[in-house]
Ligand binder design. Structure first.
Ligand code: SF4
Ligand code: SF4
Length: 469
């Protein structure tokens, strides 16, 4: 099929004309890209499973407790008050994904996406180990339910569920913390019904996804996959088939020894279909860039190995842009890429600045509701305030509120000193008393300082109401 024939886009490779699912049996991949992907995948998997158990300054390295709205990233505690940082991080992430995809296509899907990593590097490998390569799997599925089939299928699904259970527990450890997870598992189940329901639900979900749903997640469910149609253009780097070289003038033809392909007019594609056999989403990359392609590089490895066998140059399928293939020019960093990358760097810089300059305390001072200024006996006026202080650190503090030296007056904290325990939010009240002679009628701007254990932690502006004439 030529590059310009788009009839393959009228159907999904994994759905038959009758609308039934066509099960994909990808051939076991091998090759240099696959080896690199294994290194990346196992490194990321190791991090995923180990990170929730690592403690940093007494806290988990990573924690995303949506229930209690407590987030810890590399030992730094983030509170709901830091939500704006999360909002900016989310916007940065979305722009990053868009810009990165425009330039580098779906590299994320093939190399980093947890769905691909678990499917191809964990579950699929177990399947190959138990049921054999693709032809053996097909044969096993067709044969009647004899002892061999029952044993292999049972073993596979038991292992699949066990891994799904471990994955579900790991995800829960990121939400409630590893310590809490141990409690859920070791304590009386009746005390942790919610946690157990969560573990069971996610175990079944992951098992269902990796045992049955598989590539359908990428081809029909994942929103990122659906976005490719609007994000990719001719300059984006994708796993691409060099149709000019592969098809030649006359198209593809099986390999014949001692045949000069150039003289015959045939392209370098020997139509061995190895690229199709290894594809985990069941597509033929020779049809051109498709939404179903997760850029897993299995077809690059398969084609390179065939090219080696027949003595042709590698790279008939390779990372390239469609423009690069059409013009024969390799990828260049264009002004468009430079612009997008600059936007990206600026956003990351802004996010980094916000993270670094984030304060350890949040102080909010408001006038106590229902109060106004009160005249005192000795030519002084009092205003009443509520104060809320968030301590994001791991230290306890004794809080003191002091008036800026340039004002004549005093601050009285209601109920004595404010105790501010670590990682907590406390509320307090104080009275600000100023000499009438030093304030004007109506609104006055006054600065107060908040001290924690004798160290200034914040400077706050408050509005002080002076007596009206
Ligand atoms: S076409 Fe190639 S890169 Fe794309 S999903 Fe299939 S094997 Fe992977
Ligand atoms: S593996 Fe390479 S040579 Fe074989 S069919 Fe695919 S593109 Fe053609």
């Amino acid at each position: 099929m030529s590059q310009n024939s788009d009839s393959f886009r009228d159907s999904i490779a994994t759905v038959s004309k009758e609308g039934k699912r066509i099960w994909v049996y990808p051939k076991k991949p091998s090759g240099r890209f696959y080896n690199w992907r294994k290194i990346v995948a196992y490194t990321l998997l190791a991090f995923l499973f180990i990170a929730p158990h690592i403690k940093f300054r007494g806290e988990p390295l990573l924690l995303f407790n949506f229930i209690e709205r407590k987030f810890i990233i590399f030992g730094n505690i983030f509170w709901p008050q830091d939500f704006f940082i999360f909002a900016i991080a989310m916007i940065t992430a979305i722009i990053f994904i868009v810009v990165f995809t425009i330039i580098y296509g779906r590299i994320f899907c093939g190399w980093v996406c947890p769905q691909t990593i678990f499917m191809e590097m964990v579950f699929r490998k177990i399947e190959y180990w138990i049921e054999g390569d693709w032809t053996k799997q097909k044969k096993l599925n067709k044969q009647p339910w004899n002892r061999e089939k029952i044993f292999k299928k049972t073993l596979k699904h038991v292992i699949f569920f066990a891994i799904a259970f471990i994955v579900a527990n790991t995800f829960l450890a990121y939400i409630v913390g590893a310590d809490e997870l141990w409690k859920i598992q070791l304590d009386n189940p009746m005390n942790h019904l919610k946690g157990l329901v969560g573990i069971t639900f996610f175990s079944l979900l992951f098992y269902g996804v990796f045992a049955f749903l598989r590539e359908q997640v990428c081809t029909t469910i994942c929103p990122y996959g659906r976005l490719q149609g609007v994000l990719l253009d001719e300059q984006s780097i994708v796993v691409a088939y060099d149709f000019l070289r592969g098809e030649g003038e006359k198209g593809r033809a099986p390999f014949r020894k001692n045949q000069d392909r150039k003289l015959t007019g045939y392209g370098d594609c020997i139509d061995c279909k190895q690229c199709v056999h290894v594809c985990p989403t069941g597509i033929d990359i020779r049809n051109g860039t498709q939404l179903e392609c997760i850029n897993c590089t299995a077809c690059i490895d398969a084609c390179d190995s065939m090219m080696d066998k027949v003595g042709f140059d590698r790279g008939l399928i390779r990372y390239d842009s469609i423009k690069g293939i059409k013009t024969g020019k390799s990828f260049r960093f264009t002004s468009r890429d430079a612009f997008y990358s600059t936007v990206l760097v600026l956003l990351l810089g802004a996010l980094g600045f916000l993270l670094v300059s984030r304060s350890d305390f949040d102080v909010t001072i408001t006038r106590s509701s229902g109060t106004t200024q009160r005249a005192m006996d000795d030519d002084k006026t009092a205003n009443f305030y509520d104060i809320a202080i968030v301590n994001k650190t791991r230290e306890n503090y004794d809080v003191d509120i002091k008036l800026d030296d340039k004002y004549k007056g005093e601050i009285k904290v209601v109920g004595g000193d404010i105790k501010l325990p670590k990682e907590s939010l406390v509320h307090g009240k104080f009275v600000l008393i100023l000499d009438k002679a030093h304030i004007k009628p109506g609104k006055n701007t006054v600065y107060v300082y908040i001290y924690g254990n004798g160290k200034r932690i914040s400077r706050e502006k408050v509005i002080f109401l002076g007596p009206l004439l």
